[in-house]
Ligand binder design. Structure first.
Ligand code: F0G
Length: 456
């Protein structure tokens, strides 16, 4: 029987009009933004694939839950609903709400970081790395070799290289305050980590007496990949897989702006009583009282409801199929992408697509600008602009020059995806004429957000 199209498993109850622009208008708008897509007004974007973070469409049930938000300073029932929803999936002893993921990271590393410390992960997300380095500690990426090979079809390209981790812990053990693991591995292409690998990391961390902390931003997508790809997992409920993932860990950081369908929010969860107590004291200083953290009661309600919806398997099937569908469309045009497609995004290999633009002229930026000019699509360079500058100010090519097409949850339909593929067809047809960029101005850190570019 022919496989039927996997439809969006929802109907649309409220709509947000898209303001149409012409190619000519967009040429002017991107020039006025110094060719930095972060400087565009979002009204001037047709399809915004800058991030899947905080951009989800909330469900009717989440909107309804907002009204039951209790805004008491202490002991709000909204907190207890939030806490129960988290603990249902992630059985940690202490759950501290924060205003987003990076606030959880900042609190954690204010306690665990410091000069001389070293924190390994598969690949740290940039805010995690930033929060570690801000304390004087070092962040180390130990993803498997396949994880940085765009063409490798390894089913779990987010896996930690367990041999390298073991050597790392043997050599530096005393300097390692915790072992981290990002699921899915955002910076490495939205690639999943297998349950076997999560268990392997957990065993090593335990053997060396180091706490194991999961960055769980896209935990549900990771769990569905485990269900689809890992031997023996296909018949299990996603929520059980999720519980297994987190039972291996001593804590987690979370951005509820991803796999909790919330527009804002996050948390830090820990098992260790003493560490949790220190984190709570820090939370009160920087975020708020422990029963609201950095959030309003209504946000806690939206997260609690979102966590129930995110493990819905019809949703997750549609979700992962969306990136796969876009990926297939791009491959049919000969556009090199990271394969297999990740969960929340399609990562285009801009260096492969535009070999005539050298890495230090930012092929990823060239592609991102072209997608905006041709079709009003906003994407994000993840390459030499983002990672190419060393702390001493020198520059070298990042390992890959990627452009991320991040897919907001439940926001766009299949015709938006078809349009995106059509825009790519036009960009591919004119790719020889695309040129790189120079940076005219940049700040000393996190330059991708505010750098000013000039076309060559
Ligand atoms: N960890 C990962 C893996 C992330 O992808 C992000 C955010 C964070 C931590 C930080 O969470 O934004 O709530 O403070 N990623 C967004 C993105 C910004 O576009 O990928 P936050």
């Amino acid at each position: 029987m022919k496989r039927r199209v996997i439809i969006e498993p929802f109907r649309i109850k409220a709509v947000e009009p898209i303001r149409m622009t012409t190619r000519e208008e967009r040429v002017g708008l991107i020039g006025a933004a110094d060719y930095n897509l972060f400087a565009l007004k979002s009204d001037d974007v047709l399809i915004d694939l800058l991030t899947d973070s905080g951009t989800s469409a909330m469900s009717a049930a989440q909107q309804a839950a907002l009204l039951s938000g209790d805004e008491s300073y202490a002991g709000s029932p909204s907190f207890f609903r939030f806490e129960a929803a988290v603990k249902h999936l992630m059985p940690f002893k202490h759950v501290l709400p924060t205003h987003q993921g990076r606030a959880a990271e900042a609190i954690l590393f204010s306690l665990l970081g410091g000069a001389g410390r070293m924190v390994p992960s598969n690949t740290h997300f940039d805010t995690t790395r930033g929060n570690i380095e801000a304390t004087g500690a070092e962040a180390h990426d130990l993803v498997i070799a396949e994880g940085t090979d765009p063409q490798s079809l390894h089913p779990f390209k987010g896996n930690m290289d367990l041999e390298r981790l073991e050597r790392f812990l043997e050599t530096h053990g005393a300097r390692v305050p915790c072992v981290m693991l990002t699921v899915t591995n955002n910076a490495g292409g939205g690639q999943p980590v297998s349950l076997a690998n999560i268990r392997g990391v957990s065993e090593l961390a335990r053997r060396f007496g180091r706490p194991f902390i999961i960055d769980g931003c896209r935990f549900a997508e990771n769990a569905f990949f485990i269900k689809e790809r890992e031997a023996g997992q296909g018949d299990r409920a996603v929520s059980n897989i999720v519980r297994d993932m987190f039972s291996c860990a001593d804590g987690m950081t979370m951005s509820a702006k991803k796999d909790a369908f919330a527009n804002i929010g996050g948390w830090l969860a820990l098992n260790d009583d003493e560490l949790a107590q220190a984190a709570r004291s820090r939370l009160i200083l920087t975020e708020g009282f422990p029963t609201y953290g950095g959030l309003a009661g209504r946000d806690l309600e939206a997260i609690a409801q979102g966590l129930k919806e995110i493990v819905d398997e019809d949703y997750l099937r549609y979700r992962l199929r969306t990136s796969e569908y876009i990926g297939e469309g791009l491959l049919s045009l000969g556009v090199p992408i990271i394969r297999p497609t990740g969960g929340h995004a399609v990562f285009v290999d801009a260096r492969g697509l535009l070999p005539h633009i050298p890495p230090l002229q930012y092929p990823g930026q060239a592609l991102a600008v072209a997608l905006y000019v041709e079709g009003g699509i906003r994407s994000c360079e993840i390459g030499t602009v983002m990672f190419g500058r060393r702390p001493d100010g020198t520059e070298s090519p990042a390992p890959m020059d990627l452009v991320r097409l991040a897919i907001p949850r439940r926001v766009y339909t299949q015709s938006h995806a078809d349009y995106l593929i059509e825009v790519f067809a036009d960009v591919v047809a004119g790719k020889q004429a695309l040129r790189g960029f120079v940076i005219d101005w940049q700040p000393s850190a996190m330059r991708h957000f505010t750098a000013k570019f000039r076309p060559l």
